[in-house]
Design a protein around this ligand. Structure first.
Ligand code: OSB
Ligand code: MG
Length: 377
């Protein structure tokens, strides 16, 4: 990255006394289904980086509890930190040194990102400025957000949910879809929705045998996110032999800067999840690339708690042209979140004061913690 402020920032020294890994079980308001599976509660992993002053930085590892979105899963993340990351850390390490430790590990992007998030948060809490503040982009003061709708299987289900959210003014409505779709009447219903920004997210569920169903979604002309299984991008060529229209956004396929460069000409937009791409430094590099090459980018979510959500919103501020990010307020999902002031949305926007300086609700964290690992130096 050609940014001297960031290069200079990488020399920042971070002290470390201990890492705490907290596994939380957070009850959801309602279950959520996508082509990946169903969730009824959120197993979350929060990392506390405690420095030598006792200052605590928070990071969240937002992978799923199972390896169904990516290979990572919460218990695996705990083990990777315990066995392969923590032993390489010391009482004092530069940000650059931390990135080097993390980059030795292949994959495990959500896990590595969570450690970087926590380290960056310590710096931010000590000095007022973390790596994002060193970006060349001046952040906007409110972030437009969309909603990600779980799979619905009937009109009634869809109608009920649409009524609930239409007045809230979300800037995008994204429907989870899957190759197992049965109810054809839904296509008619979708065509009557009056909204400027509708998209679909297939979570990689379409292969050759479901191309004609995929085409029914494609005919709307809306963006389709990750239509094919990650790694099977060749299917696009096969699809285009018989079907014509397609607007594509990639999610699972893009795990690195290299993936972004390789696919940039073949997609209409990219969903960047700071966790999925291995952290904030990588994210900034990718945002730079997108700006330089005019590729539309927005920030995706993983149903994180307020801790991860706030961090992702801080990144989303750096994409002033994005129409909407998958970062709806966490009170949409959880009965109780882990922040003293839960992130709220007004008219489809989340204002910066809701996410720039969050305060963690220690009592809430404690009450939902099901496992705690302390790694002391
Ligand atoms: O594909 O974007 C996805 C959540 C978990 C795994 C994959 C995805 C999602 C979302 C979440 O769509 C959106 C959100 O956090 O609001
Ligand atoms: Mg997606």
């Amino acid at each position: 990255m050609n940014n001297s402020k960031i290069n200079h920032f990488l020399d920042t020294i971070i002290s470390l006394d201990k890492l705490e890994l907290l596994v939380l079980d957070i009850p959801q308001k309602e279950s959520f289904t996508s082509a990946i599976g169903q969730r009824t509660s959120r197993k979350a992993l929060i990392i506390k980086w405690v420095n030598s002053n006792g200052t605590v930085g928070y990071g969240e590892c937002s992978c799923r509890p199972d390896p169904f979105y990516s290979h990572e899963y919460v218990d695996g993340a705990v083990q990777v930190i315990k066995e392969f990351i923590f032993p390489q850390l010391s009482n004092s390490i530069t940000y650059r040194g931390l990135l080097a430790v993390l980059s030795k590990i292949r994959g495990w992007n959500f896990t590595k990102a969570a450690v970087e998030f926590a380290a960056n948060d310590v710096i931010r809490r000590e000095t007022g400025e973390g790596i994002l503040e060193k970006s060349d982009t001046i952040g906007i003061n409110q972030v437009p957000v969309g909603i990600s709708f779980g799979l619905f299987n009937s009109h009634q289900d869809l109608d009920r949910k649409l009524d609930e959210i239409i007045d809230l003014n979300y800037k995008r409505i994204k429907f989870k879809i899957s190759s197992g779709y049965k109810n054809e009447a839904i296509f008619k219903r979708i065509s009557t929705i009056d909204h400027q920004n509708i998209s679909f997210d297939a979570n990689g569920s379409f292969k050759q045998e479901a191309f004609s169903l995929l085409n029914k979604f494609a005919e709307f002309g809306h963006i389709i996110e990750q239509p094919f299984p990650p790694g099977d991008f060749y299917l696009l060529k096969e699809y285009l032999q018989d079907f014509k229209k397609f607007h594509i956004c990639l999610d699972e396929d893009i795990e690195s800067y290299g993936n972004l460069v390789s696919f940039s000409k073949q997609m209409d937009e990219v969903n960047i999840k700071p966790g999925r791409v291995g952290g904030l430094y990588n994210t900034l590099k990718m945002i730079d690339y997108c700006n330089l090459h005019g590729l539309d980018a927005w920030i995706g979510g993983m149903f994180e708690t307020g801790i991860g959500r706030a961090q992702n919103l801080q990144v989303a501020r750096l994409l002033p042209d994005a129409k909407a990010h998958d970062l709806s307020p966490s009170n949409r999902y959880f009965i109780k979140d882990v922040l003293l002031n839960p992130i709220s949305m007004v008219n489809g926007y989340i204002k910066e004061n809701a996410f720039m300086n969050i305060e963690v609700d220690q009592q809430a964290i404690e009450s939902m913690t099901v496992d705690k690992i302390i790694l002391s130096l």
